[in-house]
Design a protein around this ligand. Structure first.
Ligand code: DGL
Length: 270
């Protein structure tokens, strides 16, 4: 009974960590496609091909349910996968919806018409591919009206985090927040729309100021998964062993993951 968690690289570990805290007995198979990160500068077909290859590997590892803990893959590939690729007995879920449900204060799976919500000015920080897909705005429009979203494509941040260069990542985050503020001087809320960004959450919060509510996905996705598994207990699949798989160099990826999660993580070659 394993659930798969996929990301282009290390960012999905922020989701894995929250899921492990929420569901400590659930075996998880993590796959980081570190050899091909970042996805945020690739086109949609490329992201689709890489994501389907990775998810197929997680199906082979005994997962019937895979979480795309990657906004770029969720934005660029998920709908196409769900419409024409995912086998009938498997499920692939993305990470946007739990975040939007939290922002719009809806219960999981509330399908009522869109309505006015308290937050009117929202800053979205995400990869260039996620921003250009406008998937976040599309999902938000299903649930809320009258929300002004200003998106900032945060070029370079994922690369810096993958390289373990947190000084560069911090400088880039501050300059992206400045750029956002020139377009929207007083956002009420900020969405960290890339699973790598919670690793820099304190910097985002500091640069935005204490009055801006910063939403990140890890805990929201963990809560949403716990709720999903109560409703679909059979989707945990036949796998029983937790594993960390990477398409990159296992030693290098293990050392970065251990640095980020502050506990030993050992990756194997996917
Ligand atoms: N963690 C991925 C996301 O949530 C990063 C994408 C990338 O590789 O650029 O979008």
């Amino acid at each position: 009974m394993a659930v798969g968690i996929f990301d282009s690289g290390l960012g999905g570990l922020t989701v894995l960590d929250a899921v492990q805290r929420r569901l400590p007995d659930l075996p998880l198979v993590y796959l980081g496609d570190n050899a091909h990160a970042p996805y945020g500068v690739r086109d949609a077909d490329d992201v689709y091909d890489l994501t389907t290859t990775a998810v197929d590997r997680l199906f082979q590892a005994g997962c019937d349910l895979v979480i795309l803990a990657c906004n770029t893959a969720s934005a660029a590939a998920l709908r196409r996968m769900q419409e024409s690729w995912v086998p009938a007995n498997k499920r692939v879920l993305g990470v946007f919806v739990p975040l939007i449900e939290a922002l719009t204060e809806r219960q999981w799976g509330d399908n009522s018409p869109p309505r006015e919500v308290a937050v009117k000015h929202v800053a979205l920080f995400a990869t260039p591919a996620t921003v250009s897909s406008r998937a976040f705005q599309r999902e938000l429009a299903f649930r809320a009206i009258g929300v002004d979203v200003e998106a900032q494509a945060c070029g370079g941040v994922v690369d810096a985090i993958e390289d373990g260069d947190l000084i560069l990542a911090e400088a880039l985050v501050r300059s992206h927040v400045d750029a956002l503020r020139r377009k929207m001087p007083t956002p009420e809320a900020a969405i960290l729309g890339c699973t790598h960004y919670p690793l820099m959450q304190e910097v985002f919060q500091d640069a935005l100021g204490a009055n801006v509510a910063v939403y990140s996905q890890a805990n929201l996705v963990a809560e949403s998964l716990a709720d999903y598994l109560i409703r679909h207990p059979k989707m945990t699949g036949p796998g029983e062993v937790s594993q960390f798989l990477t398409t990159g160099e296992p030693k290098r990826v293990s050392s970065r993951a251990t640095q980020f999660l502050r506990r030993q993580i050992i990756f194997e070659a996917a």
